[in-house]
Ligand binder design. Structure first.
Ligand SMILES: Cc1cc2nc3c(=O)[nH]c(=O)nc-3n(C[C@H](O)[C@H](O)[C@H](O)COP(=O)(O)OP(=O)(O)OC[C@H]3O[C@@H](n4cnc5c(N)ncnc54)[C@H](O)[C@@H]3O)c2cc1C
Length: 332
């Protein structure tokens, strides 16, 4: 069976991996230059930055089994620390008993491991999916691959809004919700100045909702140029309102906010020596999980998966990709 998978995030790669292991011929189409989707890592001359998910947790036994494999393969490691939270009087410890995992050396390492033996077509934005006589034709922006690109089944693994747009001509689109993802401004700051080593990550407020001390994570960069690397994720509501063209000076306001938040844990104000920002149009999921972990249309051999179908987060993406592959294997 020939299967096309659209999107090389964790959901798509998980589905592709399982299907290929069961003997299917799988091809993954990915619009960007690399795999991993929202487990994105950006290499800059001054640091390598995880821009999307900062860590993940594992509750479902199937995902825990996968995480155990990744641990053995050395592509993830626990990131052990007690998170803090910002309150009126400053930061206070917020022990939550969670085990947090990070990809090593970067968040997208597990995605790279999943993609290792797959036929992944990078720089291939899928613009249309056409079905005729039970065969799918995947139309990408950069080619028209003719007969070679005929598939028996398709799994679409994109954020909800992008899935709905791509599939607008099919009934399944009416089952895809909108407004399940919130936007997120991500701002990385490289700073000079000492901060107590206890502070590795903290929950913020309705301006900046989460801060990772990237430089405290396993196998991360160090540099003579900076003492610490921070990743600020601005709050979903705030990022939605600001949009991509925010008039706010993110670096200025983000660094002032960080300095205030850390005031009890630093000896002098931190100085920003490098920065990088990225706007995520579709970031975390705010909706509830759907009844099933993937959506299918058996009549036309189509499945839709992604974090948003299964409650969001890295774990949801994995479980949804798994469910879509299982549906294909059992004949949809
Ligand atoms: C800022 C931020 C913070 C987060 N924090 C956490 C966290 O702390 N913990 C946690 O567990 N999760 C977190 N997440 C969520 C987590 O990253 C996602 O749940 C998960 O990575 C989603 O995987 P996915 O495969 O469903 O989708 P994606 O990773 O979005 O994959 C979709 C892929 O499809 C590609 N694509 C899109 N359109 C097309 C097209 N037309 N043709 C071909 N390819 C296309 C995209 O380039 C992308 O690679 C965060 C996400 C963000 C952005």
């Amino acid at each position: 069976m020939n299967i096309a998978i659209i999107g090389a995030g964790l959901a798509g790669l998980t589905a592709a991996n399982l299907l290929q292991a069961k003997g299917a011929k799988v091809r993954v189409f990915e619009k960007s230059r690399g795999v991993g989707g929202r487990l994105a890592n950006k290499r800059l001359p001054w640091a390598s930055l995880d821009l999307g998910a900062q860590y993940f947790t594992a509750r479902d036994p199937r995902f825990r089994t996968k995480v155990a494999e990744w641990l053995r393969a050395g592509v993830v490691e626990p990131w052990s620390f007690s998170p803090y939270e910002l309150c009126e009087t400053g930061l206070r410890a917020r022990e939550d008993g969670q085990t947090r995992y990070v990809g090593v050396p970067a968040m997208n390492s597990a995605a790279h491991e999943l993609a290792e033996n797959l036929d992944v077509r990078l720089n291939s934005r899928v613009e249309r999916l056409l079905v005729a006589n039970g065969q799918w034709h995947v139309v990408t922006g950069n080619d028209s691959t003719g007969d070679e690109a005929r598939f028996d089944r398709v799994i679409v693994c994109l954020p909800a809004n992008q899935s709905k747009a791509l599939l607008h001509e099919y009934e399944i689109a009416s089952r895809i919700p909108t407004e399940v993802h919130q936007a997120c401004w991500a701002l990385a700051l490289a700073t000079r100045g000492h901060v107590e080593s206890d502070i590795k990550g903290f929950f913020g407020d309705d301006f900046v909702s989460w801060v990772s001390r990237l430089s405290s994570r396993p196998m991360r960069d160090s540099s003579a140029h900076w003492d610490d690397l921070w990743m600020l994720h601005f709050a979903g509501n705030w990022s939605e309102i600001q949009g991509k063209n925010t008039a706010l000076d993110l670096v200025e306001s983000g660094s002032q906010w960080l300095n205030r938040a850390l005031s009890g844990y630093r000896s002098r104000p931190l100085t920003v020596v490098e920065h990088y920002s990225h706007f995520w149009r579709f970031a975390r999921v705010i909706g509830q999980p759907l009844a099933q972990a993937c959506i299918v249309d058996s009549d036309i051999g189509l499945a839709v998966a992604g974090d948003w179908v299964a409650g969001g987060r890295v774990e949801g993406a994995y479980l949804s990709g798994l469910a879509a592959a299982e549906q294909i294997l059992t004949g949809l």
